[in-house]
Design a binder for this molecule. Structure first.
Ligand code: FE2
Ligand code: FE2
Length: 286
């Protein structure tokens, strides 16, 4: 099976959004956006990404959050329109939210993400809540939400006791499948963990050490990361992918996505496809 993984498209669309909307946490985010990110996450690259995925569709697509910048309705609508262009359809495209998708308390309260992306995190039993569970051939996809609003400069996340307990049960019952856990925040002890890490990562690490998992996928860091966590039968690969829409001259930061080849219950190889400015298309990088 071929599983594509992209993240952090940060679709920007301020159409019809009144400046009054920014008299809250969004003000800081908006300024940050204008000063540092303007023109950095290109909608053209989002189109190229969708075209590349449709050219030779994988079996599944996994999107690890931060579809938007400020959790604004036009941003969600834009991201939804683009995802709907994927020929695989929502049953084979799995989406979990990032911190930018519940950027404010009102975005969380109004369940904007859930309203627009419900079909993309619907479990096999038709429930639309996290953690989600989708069995697809030899693969079991389990998706968690780590997204929650937090005041600037924090960009941290948390899974919570209820999800953790369900994740453990889902991983346990999917033993024998190639289990993929998808979440936005990396479940690792990195040096920025206090500001932007997963608060209950130790608890998730303990769950993974007990029941195991074949692959953990995340976004959030806007760079490719390949790390490991301890599992009951050896190390579990933990893979972060850079932003799929990031304009940058540096080959290691430029817009990209990964394709995992799973064969006979094991991760056979990983391809990274990177955007090439000259052709305007994504190309195999490694
Ligand atoms: Fe992001
Ligand atoms: Fe993030």
């Amino acid at each position: 099976m071929r599983i594509a993984h992209f993240s952090d498209v940060h679709a920007l669309d301020l159409t019809g959004v009144s400046p009054w909307r920014f008299f809250n946490k969004r003000a800081a985010g908006y300024l940050n956006l204008l000063l540092r990110r303007r023109e950095k996450h290109s909608l053209g690259l989002f189109d190229s990404l969708i075209a590349d995925l449709n050219r030779e569709p994988p079996d599944e697509v996994i999107v690890t959050g931060d579809l938007t910048n400020l959790s604004l309705e036009p941003e969600f609508a834009l991201a939804r329109r683009k995802l709907d262009e994927l020929s695989l359809g929502s049953a084979h495209v799995t989406v979990v939210p990032g911190n930018h998708d519940v950027y404010t308390l009102s975005a969380l309260r109004d369940q904007v993400f859930a309203k627009l992306f419900g079909a993309y995190f619907e479990s096999d039993d038709k429930h639309r809540e996290f953690p989600l569970s989708r069995l697809r051939g030899e693969v079991a996809i389990i998706g968690a939400s780590t997204a929650r609003p937090s005041p600037p400069p924090f960009a941290d996340g948390a899974i919570g006791a209820e999800q953790l307990e369900k994740i453990e049960r889902l991983l346990e019952s999917a033993k024998g499948k190639f289990r993929i856990l998808a979440l936005h925040h990396p479940p690792l002890d990195n040096r920025h963990a206090v500001l932007r890490g997963l608060r209950d990562r130790k608890k998730l690490q303990a769950v993974l050490a007990r029941v195991g998992c074949e692959l953990v996928l995340h976004g959030h860091e806007h760079r490719d990361l390949r790390q490991e966590l301890a599992g009951p039968n050896g190390p579990i690969p933990v893979i972060g992918v850079g932003s799929a829409t990031y304009l940058d001259d540096r080959l290691d930061r430029r817009a990209r996505y990964n394709v995992y080849h799973i064969d006979g219950g094991r991760l056979d190889r990983i391809e990274t496809r990177v955007h090439d400015a000259a052709s305007g298309q994504f190309r195999l990088f490694s």
